[in-house]
Design a protein around this ligand. Structure first.
Ligand SMILES: [Zn+2]
Length: 78
């Protein structure tokens, strides 16, 4: 699982709701596998997780043709 790059503590796998904001839209994904440092509590996201959330946001923007104002208010919960 690896070692925390901040404090050198051990990282533990946990399931968390991950929230990421991109282009003014916040997407929350439940039960995502992330790693949390047992010492300092720093959260490490698996490679590609935030990228895939950004891809979801981009595709939703295309589907709905959201304007800037609408985007700022939109929260999408999966
Ligand atoms: Zn740490």
């Amino acid at each position: 699982m690896g070692i925390c790059s901040i404090c050198g503590g051990e990282k533990n796998k946990v399931y968390r709701t991950v929230s990421h904001t991109f282009h003014g839209i916040t997407i929350k994904l439940k039960n995502q596998e992330v790693y949390v440092c047992g010492k300092c509590g720093e959260i490490y996201y698996p490679a590609g997780l935030l990228d895939s959330i950004e891809q979801m946001i981009i595709s939703r923007q295309r589907e709905k043709g959201l304007s800037i104002d609408e985007k700022n208010k939109t929260t999408v919960l999966f």
